[in-house]
Write a protein that binds this ligand. Structure first.
Ligand SMILES: Nc1nc2c(c(=O)[nH]1)N[C@H]1C(S)=C(S)[C@@H](COP(=O)(O)O)O[C@H]1N2
Ligand SMILES: [Mo]
Length: 516
């Protein structure tokens, strides 16, 4: 990079930092989602094509959102630099550049599905501050090397003007330190601030279930190291959602409205919900974006109130075949009414493994429906349920090319061995799931040999995954291990490999290991 671009570039960077810093201050009057970086990120998330979303999940896993924020910040820094260089040429051009970025932030905040007018403030005020900073700093920065007339003398660098240098350093240093502190505070806050909602959450006292989950049968979990535990701890439970900033939903203000094609609207507060007789059930959740042998699946003990009972109170019209639920951050989900009403333990959940729902998993309330992928059933931070028809309304992922209905494919996963082994007896183990149909059988095959029945662990119901183990006598050499599950309807997991889009990946899990 040429040295003469450096100072103007840094001036641009600093102006961008000032803009973010002031925007951060302004979010205090709105909410973290209105921070320009978050607002733009949310729009990106809502508009990326499915393959890009899949790529992001595959590449960055649960850090996909962090990667997005860092990406936006890097872009912002590059453009800030360019704007600074442009401003050295023409200040109005630079100021227009900042204005353009402000406008992008304002537009992003304005198009949010749960947008509020005040959300445009941080971007607007930030841009104004960025323009002022750019004007001040560009005005005081030295106009030395770059624009000096060449006639000044060959081979001799023109000296920087003495006047203004002190003022410039003072301004630069002062604004720089302040702005960077504020801006990093903003980014940090967006990423980690959970204190407010954490205190709401710790104030929640969950009721005892009126219908406790049956005790876990002995032997749900074969003693094989490396096998996923039957109950997935909350902290390691996979997380998938479109929320760049986790919604902070106060239980004191939370209500759930049930409306649309119903006889009478129902509105429920959190206290009213907690006073209802709760069921407690072990249910395995799975994401439609889970690759074969992937980790977007987890099993927890949920506490909640049956959704079917709530819907009966509202009186669902016969032709309302879709339950369109909506979260506090505007995400929507379409669930077949018939599935929720067929007697399975679909619930409005408030507890997960004995705790109030973690914020990342929907605090204070979410839906859980055994047998359906999360994108058509498991609305977190749910605040609204509209009874409608599939013919009349499309939910978030259905609008983006994913299947309108998403029953879970019968699936098995090999958890171990995943790396090379000693020849001899090796426990091949994993999990299999076909929620609400149940797992009847899991078979394993080595290379192109015959299929062998794996030993199935006990399960409390047909709504959870099931652990399995196959004792393999490993001969030296490199081998291919494959598994396939059969559900209790008799259907065996298909060998046909299909991608996650539009209705979930299929195929047999396959691992290659070398026994020595
Ligand atoms: N509000 C909201 N709820 C949501 C989503 C979302 O993006 N927003 N994603 C769904 C998807 S795709 C899945 S797989 C499950 C994941 O639930 P978990 O994060 O608790 O594992 O949540 C569902 N509920
Ligand atoms: Mo999902």
């Amino acid at each position: 990079m040429s040295r003469r671009a450096l100072v103007p570039g840094l001036v641009g960077l600093l102006s961008a930092a000032v803009a973010l810093g002031v925007a951060e201050l302004a979010t205090a009057f709105t909410r973290p989602e209105a921070f320009p970086v978050s607002a733009v990120g949310a729009v990106v998330i809502d508009h990326v094509p499915a393959p890009v979303k899949d790529f992001a999940i595959a590449t960055f896993g649960t850090s996909d959102k962090l990667a997005l924020i860092i990406g936006i910040l890097v872009l912002l820094a590059l453009f800030g630099f360019a704007i600074g260089v442009a401003a050295r040429r023409s200040l109005p051009l630079g100021v227009a550049g900042v204005a353009l970025f402000g406008a992008i932030g304002v537009a992003a905040a304005a198009v949010r599905p749960d947008g509020r007018t005040a959300d445009v403030l941080p971007s607007a005020l930030g841009a104004a501050a960025g323009m002022i900073a750019l004007a001040l700093l560009s005005g005081t920065a030295p106009r030395g090397t770059g624009t000096a007339p060449r006639t000044a003398g060959a081979g001799r660098r023109p000296m920087e003007p003495a006047v203004g240098t002190d003022r410039r350093s003072f301004l630069l240093a002062g604004m720089g330190v302040g702005a960077l502190a504020l801006a990093s505070g903003g980014v940090g806050r967006v990423l980690v601030d959970q204190s407010r909602v954490a205190s709401w959450r710790s104030a929640v006292h969950l009721p005892k279930p009126a219908h406790p989950a049956p005790p876990l049968p002995h032997g749900v979990h074969p003693d094989v190291p490396g096998l996923a535990s039957f109950v997935t701890p909350n902290r390691s439970f996979y997380r998938v959602d479109t929320a760049l900033v986790l919604p902070h939903v106060s239980p004191g203000k939370w209500t759930l409205r049930i409306h649309g094609m119903v006889d009478r609207e129902v509105e429920l507060t959190f206290d009213e919900l907690l006073r209802r007789p709760m069921i407690e059930r072990d249910i395995t959740l799975t994401c439609v974006s889970n690759e074969v042998n992937g980790g977007l699946v987890g099993n927890a003990r949920w506490l909640g109130f049956p959704l079917a009972d709530l819907l009966r109170e509202a009186g669902v019209h016969r032709d309302a075949d879709q339950i369109l639920s909506r979260s506090s951050n505007g995400w929507t989900c379409g669930t077949p009414t018939a599935v929720v009403m067929d007697g399975r333990d679909a619930m409005l959940a408030v507890g997960m493994n004995g705790q109030p729902l973690p914020v990342a998993h929907g605090f204070p309330a979410r839906m859980v429906v055994p047998g359906l992928y999360g994108y058509v059933s498991a609305t977190k931070w749910v605040v609204d349920i509209e009874l409608t028809r599939f013919a009349d309304a499309r939910a978030y992922w259905a609008q983006r090319g994913w299947a309108v209905k998403g029953p879970i494919h019968t699936m098995s996963r090999i958890d171990r061995p995943l790396s090379d082994v000693r020849a001899g007896r090796v426990a091949v183990a994993g999990v299999a799931w076909a929620q609400h149909r149940g797992i009847e059988r899991v078979e394993v095959r080595v290379d192109d040999g015959p299929w062998h029945d794996a030993r199935l662990a006990a399960v409390p119901s047909i709504d959870t995954w099931r652990q399995w183990v196959y004792e393999w006598d490993a001969r030296p050499g490199t081998h291919r291990l494959q598994a396939r599950a059969t559900d209790r309807t008799g259907a065996t997991q298909t060998p046909l490999e299909s991608p996650t889009v539009p209705d979930g990946a299929t195929g047999w899990p396959t691992v290659h290991v070398t026994a020595t």
